[in-house]
Design a protein around this ligand. Structure first.
Ligand SMILES: [Zn+2]
Length: 361
């Protein structure tokens, strides 16, 4: 081989390997490690009480999901279903049925990728697209996320947490996806089940479907209550304090829900609300966020006040916030009444549905 060519190929290889090193995402962490490192965010199981949760992944499909729902209905059992977004798109009526029959719906990504290989942006898209689809079908938010294959790195956990999700893994694996017969699926679960267990099954196998009846009976004979994930984890949530926000006719779904403070003021995420209004965030530095609103008017948001400027930097006015700005899951939260005043919006409060409606006049 020509010497120059060898040199050249070595250089190219070096460049390529540098690039690969730089592109390697955060290291993968095991399920146990994730639960230990992120208490209150990542869950392998519930408390040691005589309760277990049946969970069904990779739903919906037109055959197994309805058949499993029939059995659960007959046995009066509520379970948790982890949804793949691009499947749910085709079967919205099955998704509605799951909610109507009292089960818990949860997020299992858009198309079941191996998340640790994705960029932070793509991980977020996987979660948000499924969450938004489920919100559009059911009118409620999903609170739990299960990464496909239980595969995670810090980026996956951070993304899910920032979007308001708890990560729900499992402590008992039925291994039903391997196509085992019903007896083997039963044995895999009953041999490993303990108080507080989260049991992993899938909608897509005869073994799962044909063992379900006996599984429920046997677990009950052993004294277990069969519950949903929120019942098993008994997380502190105060639905009274969650507020819906509709901006120019569109409900805000991400990244963090509006909430009521102790002094009864509604806080909303500043950046996503401003974006829904079609305004632009110019720059965010430190604790100052600068937004450009209509007619090139600029607003600088500070902790306790907002300053409004005309083009050419003439200050028009200063508005004191009715509640200091807060940060929740890395989002700047501002009191909605002050925001309406600053941006010149009409604000309507609908008490029955706990909804704030903001409209640009
Ligand atoms: Zn899955």
């Amino acid at each position: 081989m020509h010497r120059g060519l060898v040199l050249l190929s070595i250089t190219v290889l070096q460049i390529v390997s540098c690039f690969i090193t730089a592109a390697v995402p955060a290291a993968e962490i095991s399920m146990g490690e994730a639960a230990a490192r992120y208490p209150g965010i990542v869950f392998l199981n519930g408390k040691s009480e005589l309760k277990v949760a049946l969970t069904f992944d990779d739903i919906p499909d037109p055959y197994y999901t309805p058949a499993i729902l029939d059995i659960l209905n007959q046995k009066n059992v509520q379970a948790t279903f982890f949804v793949i977004g691009n499947k749910a798109r085709n079967y919205p009526e099955i998704i509605k049925r799951i909610v109507d029959e009292g089960h818990c719906l949860a997020n299992h990504s858009w198309d079941h990728p191996y998340l640790p290989r994705l960029s932070a942006r793509d991980i977020q898209d996987q979660i948000v697209s499924t969450g938004s689809l489920l919100f559009n079908i059911t009118g409620s938010r999903t609170e739990f996320f299960r990464p496909p294959y239980g595969a995670m790195n810090d980026m996956v956990i951070t993304a899910a947490n920032r979007l308001g999700y708890k990560i729900v893994l499992w402590s008992v694996d039925s291994n039903d996806w391997k196509g085992y017969p019903p007896e083997r699926v039963l044995q895999n679960i009953l041999g490993a089940v303990k108080p507080g267990a989260i049991i992993l099954q899938h909608c897509g196998n005869d073994g799962t479907l044909k063992s379900l009846d006996t599984l429920i009976d046997t677990l009950r004979q052993r004294g277990y209550d069969l519950v949903t994930i929120p019942q098993l984890l008994q997380l502190e949530s105060n639905p009274q304090k969650v507020i819906h926000l509709v901006v120019n006719g569109r409900e805000l779904t991400a990244p963090v829900s509006p909430y009521l403070t102790d002094s009864n003021r509604t806080m909303v995420p500043l950046e996503s609300t401003i974006k829904l209004l079609g305004c632009e965030i110019k720059t965010a530095r430190g604790d100052t966020i600068i937004a450009v609103i209509q007619n090139h008017i600029t607003v600088e948001f500070y902790n306790n006040s907002a300053h409004i400027y005309r083009p050419g930097n003439t200050r028009l006015s200063k508005i004191i916030m009715e509640e200091p700005v807060a940060v929740k899951q890395n989002n700047v939260m501002v009191p909605v009444r002050s925001l309406a005043k600053i941006m010149g919006l009409e604000l309507v409060w609908h008490g029955k549905t706990k909804t704030v409606i903001l409209t640009q006049p």
